[in-house]
Design a binder for this molecule. Structure first.
Ligand SMILES: [Ca+2]
Ligand SMILES: [Ca+2]
Length: 451
């Protein structure tokens, strides 16, 4: 009997582990500025981290960018076919990469038209119905919707649910959805959120009083060390000697004032936000991570963090402060497309005080008490040496007091517990970086609160 249990458990374990991946659904205006293709190529080498529930082609381009109102689902399929060719090598690095056939099966057609007048009776699309079907799936995890382009198909899905279901069923549906919107492209955010005010909604967009290029998501290519977005960087790490998927990465985009005109990926922060890497916490946009940091406003949705700090001198810095890390991570995964496991690098697994989960470690103490952190159980799958960097991320927890002295020596650190106002926590980020090529960084967030 025990053997049977063990057998069953080991057969179920991969399923249980897989079930922990965040569910994402992408809608993309692919077909205009080629930065959507760039974001999709990068996403392909992260499909092991997600359950991808939909790749919907919405109206191509930004409003007015193209002469015709069209959708371009073939461009999504083209990238999946590139992925198909490197997939056999990728699964040598992680068996959780999604099969190309499965990805092709979730490519759906959205509406070629956009705007609030495209929402209502008779306006359903394959894409809007697919959004409903995926949110209705019997699954306790939320459906995270990343809007690379317009919101029209999402708005249609929500309209249909609101108008064809009971209020209770509508609210149940809304509670299962989280939305990350890049720049309100169809300019219907106002109507959409007014119609569905209880939706978990992040709108990454600069305030109307500022230059639009100050939006948080643009930190992927603007500000900080922009040389990491150059054509030369892409040639070395993506375009050349990295197989057929990397060759599909478009080399030219509009990036001004970034002088390189190469990597843009304006939409990547939307799925970076949901990528569980130990740094972010998808339930808390104010905590920040590769996808940026967002604050809930009085209207009830999350928008770009506007307060300025020494380490975040502009809103985009909430993304570009991690660029060096996420570019090295991308480069390593492009190596996975062509190299054997032993000829490529893999991230360290960070463990603090016995916790190696992706969720933050929560520590509670009394003011004046000494708190100890021990990360010496951290490991590296390649057996690489690794170094430890402890960083306070005070604004993430709303802490504005003087930072305590952190006594850090390698894998161990300690500090005296400060006194915290109610509702405030002090965030400490541990970065563990290995000495592989390229060097890779794993994270652990520690949130420190009062008892
Ligand atoms: Ca886009
Ligand atoms: Ca490693």
């Amino acid at each position: 009997m025990k053997q049977l249990f063990t057998l069953l458990f080991s057969a179920l374990l991969p399923l249980l582990l897989t079930a922990q991946k965040p569910r994402i659904l992408i809608t993309t205006d692919i077909g205009g500025d080629p930065d959507d293709q760039q974001s999709l190529v990068r996403l392909m080498v992260y499909t092991n981290e997600f359950d991808i529930e939909g790749l919907i082609s919405s109206a191509a381009g930004t409003p007015g960018e193209l002469k015709k109102e069209i959708i371009r689902p073939k461009l999504i399929e083209e990238i999946i076919h590139g992925y198909e060719q490197v997939y056999p090598n990728l699964i040598r690095h992680d068996k959780n990469f999604i099969s190309p056939a499965r990805l092709l099966s979730v490519v759906k057609k959205g509406s070629p038209h956009r705007g609030w007048d495209q929402v209502g009776e008779g306006k359903d699309t394959e894409g809007s119905d697919w959004i409903i079907q995926m949110a209705d799936k019997k699954d306790s995890r939320p459906l995270n919707i990343c809007l690379f382009g317009g919101q029209t198909d999402l708005a249609q899905a929500l309209w249909k649910v609101k108008n064809t279901r009971s209020e209770k069923a509508y609210h149940k549906f809304i509670s299962k959805v989280r939305v990350f919107d890049i720049d309100d492209q169809d300019k219907i955010f106002k109507q959409l959120f007014a119609a569905h005010p209880s939706l978990f909604y992040i709108l990454s967009k600069a305030p109307l009083t500022e230059d639009k290029r100050n939006g948080v998501y643009r930190g992927i290519y603007l500000g900080g060390d922009e040389s990491l977005t150059s054509l030369q960087w892409l040639k070395t790490n993506v375009l050349e000697n990295h197989g057929p998927l990397g060759q599909l990465y478009p080399q030219k985009t509009w990036t001004a004032p970034n002088p390189y005109g190469a990597m843009k990926e304006g939409d990547t922060p939307s799925w970076f936000y949901f990528l569980e890497n130990g740094l972010n916490n998808p339930e808390h946009p104010e905590h920040g991570g590769w996808g940026g940091r967002y604050i809930k406003n009085d209207a009830g949705y999350f928008n770009d963090a506007t307060s300025r700090f020494e380490d975040e001198p502009d809103a985009r810095a909430t993304v570009y402060r991690w660029r060096d890390d996420f570019q090295r991570d991308f480069a390593a995964r492009m190596d996975w497309c062509v190299n054997d496991y032993h000829q490529a690098n893999h991230r360290p697994v960070v463990s603090v005080n016995g916790s190696s989960e992706k969720a933050p470690l929560i520590i509670r103490g009394k003011p004046g008490e000494t708190i100890y952190f021990d990360a010496s159980a951290s490991t590296d799958p390649d057996g690489d040496e690794h170094g430890y960097e402890w960083i306070f991320y005070a604004q993430a927890g709303g802490y504005h007091g003087p930072l305590p002295q952190l006594n850090a020596a390698g894998a161990k650190a300690s500090m005296l517990m400060p006194s915290l106002s109610p509702g405030v926590s002090l965030h400490l980020i541990l970065k563990v970086t290995d000495n592989g090529t390229p060097a890779l960084t794993g994270y652990k967030r520690i949130t420190i609160g009062t008892k």
